[in-house]
Design a protein around this ligand. Structure first.
Ligand code: NAD
Length: 479
């Protein structure tokens, strides 16, 4: 299967006719090619976007809303087809893609179809001076959206939907590791009546196609989700051109469990927050801190529940954990398990690669639990981004808070407690962009989403994303 770029509403081969192999991670085999796009392809995408902007930026909000709703409808009607494609490309269970990834991609378009009709600008009356200020919010022009492989269509559309709702035209690049559903999105957009050139999708490597988008002098804003190192590089390239930047980066999220929590709910949710999507969600709680008085009980119960998870073929409906996204990523995750003992850690469960029936060459790994004695080790400081969690006990609230904040990252944190005072203390003092109390990954799309510290700058979601994708202009009028 050959995936093509989607430029000016048409599918096109890369200008230099260069291709990259695309893998099915659960089979460990190549199943197609994607364009190895270069600066020429990005330029073609830019020109199409620029050309479309004059008219798209002037479409009524009702028209934009209708087209976005139609895209959402079409995604919904193709949920099984898209979920199978996502699973084939990423290795995640089809059941997960069907329940989470694809419905959320539809929800992203539906949300911004509605939100754009409610988005408003401000007016300030300068009382006594016979003047009024009103602030326009205008689309920026051509913007770049770059996304990672872990939630492919979900995160790709989370950027594209607000960008086009706000009247911009987009040059977008999905991860080269998971390009399939974004390729299929092109067809959906055409079918929904999105005018040519409003969305252009260029496939290829980050260092060539991605870099060309970021370095393009006329692409005025970049919305990026991916690794912290890549984010830092993008900031360096974009800053001298004064581009607007939204960077959603890595995490090393604490999951803090107190003895007074609702234990069963905590246990079930902690299994999910540790291993959902093979632990490859930026929000996964990879550092589990447990109050000393329940540490041994938690350890036993958690190991038991994790041992019941089925690692298997992503197409089987009872599979809980599918394949990791690539061989390189599997080796990276495994390398952390291999240093566990040297770091003073003890592997309590898992730790091994697995062979799965009918998928013998797939990139499978057991869910892995490692007890550590210090938060200073690499296992607790570096983002592993796989089915690996560490456990550590704590004695006091103060110690738990210090451990939680002792990382360069600041994306999310989860706290399990029924103590109101403690809830407020932690909510206020955790240095993260998101705090969940007695729940995990519960999302209301109106809320700001993003991280502090090395987890990024800017917030996505709700009106924040529409603000990001618009330029403000204040008009002061005296009468
Ligand atoms: P990555 O940084 O390697 O790649 C992300 C995207 O950037 C890909 O499309 C890639 O091709 C592109 N890219 C790479 N180099 C580039 C460059 N020089 N210029 C422009 N684009 C470039 O990340 P990944 O491995 O695909 O994804 C995993 C990372 O994403 C993890 O660190 C994870 O925490 C993070 N993530 C963060 C969030 C969040 O919301 N904060 C969500 C999901 C994933």
């Amino acid at each position: 299967m050959k995936i093509q770029n989607y430029i000016n509403g048409e599918f096109a081969n890369p200008v230099l006719d260069n291709w990259i192999d695309n893998y099915n991670p659960s089979k460990g085999e190549v199943y197609g090619q994607i364009p190895n796009s270069t600066i020429e392809d990005v330029e073609n995408a830019y020109l199409a976007a620029e050309n479309a902007f004059a008219s798209w930026s002037q479409t009524t909000l009702a028209t934009r809303s209708k087209i976005l709703s139609k895209i959402a409808d079409l995604i919904r009607t193709k949920v099984t087809f898209l979920a199978e494609a996502e699973s084939k490309d990423n290795g995640k269970p089809i059941s997960l893609a069907k329940a989470i990834d694809i419905p959320r991609a539809a929800a992203n378009f539906q949300f911004y179809a509605n939100a754009i009709t409610q988005f408003s600008s401000e007016a300030h009356e300068s009382v006594g001076l016979n003047a009024i200020n009103f602030t326009l919010r205008e689309p920026i022009g051509v913007v770049g959206c770059i996304s990672p492989w872990n939630l492919p269509l979900y995160l790709f559309t989370w950027k594209i939907a607000p960008a086009i709702a706000a009247g911009n035209c987009v040059v977008a690049k999905p991860s080269e590791i998971t390009p399939l559903t974004s390729y299929l999105l092109g067809e959906i957009c055409t079918e929904a009546g999105l005018p040519k050139g409003v969305l252009n999708i260029v496939h290829g490597l980050g260092t060539s196609a991605g870099q060309a988008i970021v370095a393009h002098p006329k692409i005025k804003a970049i919305s990026f989700t991916g690794g912290t190192k890549t984010g830092a590089h993008i900031a360096k390239v974009a800053a001298p051109m004064f581009k607007k930047l939204s960077l959603e980066l890595g995490g090393k999220n604490p999951n803090i469990i107190f003895a007074d929590c609702d234990y069963e709910k905590m246990l079930t949710t902690t299994v999910r927050s540790s291993f959902a999507n093979q632990g490859q969600i930026c929000l996964c709680g990879s550092r589990i801190f447990v109050e000393e008085s329940i540490f041994e009980k938690f350890k036993r119960d958690f190991i038991k529940k994790v041992s019941e998870l089925k690692v298997g073929n992503p197409s089987e409906s009872d599979t809980n954990i599918g394949a990791l996204v690539s061989k390189e990523h599997l080796e990276k995750v495994k390398s952390y398990i291999d240093i566990a003992e040297n770091e003073g850690g003890e592997i309590l469960f898992g730790g091994n690669k697995l062979t799965v029936k009918d998928s013998e060459n797939g990139y499978f790994l057991e869910p892995t639990i490692i007890e550590v004695s210090s938060n200073k080790c690499k296992l607790n400081q570096e983002e592993i981004f796989g089915p690996v969690v560490t456990l550590m006990s704590f004695k006091s609230d103060k110690e738990a808070l210090e451990l939680a904040n002792d990382t360069k990252y600041g994306l999310s944190a989860t706290v399990w407690t029924n103590n109101l005072n403690r809830t407020m203390q932690f909510s206020k003092q955790l240095k993260t962009g998101i705090v969940w109390v007695n729940t995990w990954m519960m999302r209301d799309l109106r809320t700001p989403f993003g991280g502090q510290k090395a987890s990024g700058i800017g917030r996505e979601g709700g009106f924040e994303a529409l603000r990001f994708f618009t330029e403000q202009k204040n008009i002061c009028l005296q009468y």
